[in-house]
Write a protein that binds this ligand. Structure first.
Ligand SMILES: [Zn+2]
Length: 233
């Protein structure tokens, strides 16, 4: 990518292969690498979604953009940036070859989840990877908390067309019995990750006077971010 070898309209034209030069994602720009990855309005939305807005709107060539913008990022942000670039390029190809594209929200969520899954696999030791697969591997099931603790599971749903979000929390005891539930709605436009954060915030607020509570969220990467864990080793 930094060597500008991506077969964009500009890259192909340099090899005397001429195709439609308009960016297939925004249809409002000349398609070269730095447009696709930084200047395009779709790319800008992706970077904003990924909390990497500094990577949007570059007027540099692609090599300088990589060098200048990426070198100051922390390691995990560099890896996320690489995944977003890959997502933008595959999204562009999907549009060129199949006429469909993902929204920036879906694109960033997808590459974030892939990054967490990939880093989790990479973190395993060789013995972990090579062990015999168990019958219950991959089975999603609830596990009871330690004695004296309760578990609160949070979740959120985003409704289309600005109809708001709903967040919920279920509190269970040691045996999995539901002790209490809570659900709340908020009006307005929210990104999915914002909705998940609000669900956690509301659960923490609601349960602030409780003791020995474990908060669960299905958004693993979000918990890593909240806890500021260096999850990309
Ligand atoms: Zn574009």
């Amino acid at each position: 990518m930094a060597s500008d070898f991506l077969p964009t309209a500009e890259g192909l034209a340099s090899k005397r292969v001429f195709i439609n030069s308009s960016c297939p994602l925004c249809v409002d720009g000349f398609e070269n690498a730095v447009h696709l990855l930084s200047c395009c309005s779709v790319a800008a939305d992706c970077w904003r979604m990924a909390y990497l807005s500094s990577l949007a709107g570059s007027n540099l060539d692609v090599f300088s953009w990589c060098k200048n913008c990426l070198q100051d990022l922390e390691k995990e942000k560099k890896e996320l940036a690489a995944m977003v670039c890959w997502g933008i390029w595959t999204n562009r190809n999907k549009m060129v070859w199949h006429g469909v594209k993902s929204s920036p929200v879906d694109l960033v969520n997808q590459v974030s989840n892939q990054l967490v899954a990939w880093s989790g696999v990479r973190r395993r030791t060789v013995s972990d990877v090579s062990r015999i697969i168990d019958r219950n591997d991959g089975l999603v099931k609830w596990r009871s908390p330690a004695t004296g603790w309760i578990k609160a599971s949070t979740d959120a749903a985003v409704f289309q067309q600005g109809e708001g979000i709903a967040v919920g929390c279920i509190v269970r005891d040691l045996k999995g019995n539901i002790i209490q539930t809570r659900q709340q709605q908020f009006l307005g436009d929210f990104y999915p990750r914002s909705a998940e954060l609000i669900a956690i915030r509301e659960a923490l607020s609601w349960l602030k006077d409780w003791h020995n509570v474990v908060i669960l969220s299905r958004m693993q990467w979000m918990l890593f971010w909240i806890l500021n864990i260096q999850f990309l080793l």
